[in-house]
Write a protein that binds this ligand. Structure first.
Ligand code: NAP
Length: 250
């Protein structure tokens, strides 16, 4: 398969890229600073192509994907994974960070899918994937912009999955819980059910092999979030302010 992964130099994207490379697939990855991708890994896999670009720049992404697919123009899978978080949770919203989150987490996904469908629609074939988050299932305190951006990604994928099925295109939203990556290293709160990026990539790849439309993991986090989604909102507000969910300190 020809697989392009945005944000593939560290964390979940990096581990996913290696999982596909180990199976002999061609993989393209991109990031703003490609030096974060270890040189040994770049040398090890001949089927890996690395592009330095910002996903908010649609033209740059379009050029990179065109180079990656070459004359064959076959793109089997686009994984829109690049994203940023808020970092430390804030009681007061930081609107500058919120705008950056919209640009990367939302516009970045739009750009990736926009570029990918150009190759997928004519062939009636392809798999669009985006990394949302369990944070997109409810409005979490302290990370308003992040939570909202991931809700957008989730609903966008669910709608697109319905719209594009008749064109042979599958759409998957991935909703991880806490994964140990450079992104979560900045967190100043507790991270229940934290798992390694390697393990997360294995679970995600299995879900993608099965062409799931939505994949939430780990199961413990899925259970907690499904309760939080269903309870009356007054209970939710009470719980979020209670000691159980008071995650302002580690
Ligand atoms: N880790 C978790 O617990 C967790 C949980 C739920 C969802 N997620 C989501 O999973 C995805 C991957 O996160 P991660 O934890 O693996 O984070 P990570 O290790 O920080 O990886 C993020 C990747 O995206 C790239 N990136 C960031 N902004 C970019 C931009 N504007 N243009 C191009 N590339 C960009 C980064 O490289 P550069 O900085 O060099 O550009 C890096 O390769 C994100 O969408 C995140 O929101 C993570």
């Amino acid at each position: 398969m020809n697989i392009f992964i945005t944000g593939g130099t560290t964390g979940i994207g990096f581990e996913l890229a290696q999982a596909y490379l180990r199976e002999g697939h061609r993989v393209g990855i991109c990031a703003r600073d490609i030096s974060k991708c270890p040189i040994e890994v770049r040398n090890k896999y001949k089927l890996l192509k690395v592009y330095e670009l910002d996903v908010t720049d649609r033209e740059a992404l379009k050029k990179a994907v065109a180079d990656f697919v070459g004359a064959e123009k076959i793109l089997d899978m686009m994984i829109a994974n690049a994203g940023r978080s808020v970092g430390a949770k804030n009681k007061l919203p930081n609107f500058e960070v919120a705008r950056e989150i919209v640009d990367i987490n939302i516009v970045g996904v739009l750009n990736a899918f926009d570029v990918a469908v150009e190759y997928m629609l004519p062939k009636n074939h392809g798999h669009l994937v985006a990394t949302s988050s369990v944070a997109g299932l409810v409005g979490l305190p302290g990370v308003a912009a992040y939570s909202a951006s991931k809700a957008y990604v989730l609903n966008f994928c669910e709608s697109l999955g319905l719209d594009l099925a008749k064109y042979g295109i599958t759409v998957t939203a991935i909703l991880p819980g806490f994964v140990d990556t450079p992104l979560t290293k900045k967190n100043n709160h507790k991270m229940p059910f934290l798992m390694t990026a390697d393990k997360a990539a294995g679970l995600i790849k299995k879900a993608l092999d099965e062409k799931k439309s939505i994949y939430i993991f780990p199961w413990q986090m899925n259970l907690v979030m499904s309760v939080l989604r269903r309870i009356p909102r007054s209970w939710y507000r009470w719980l979020m302010k209670s000691k159980i969910f008071n995650y302002s300190e580690k």
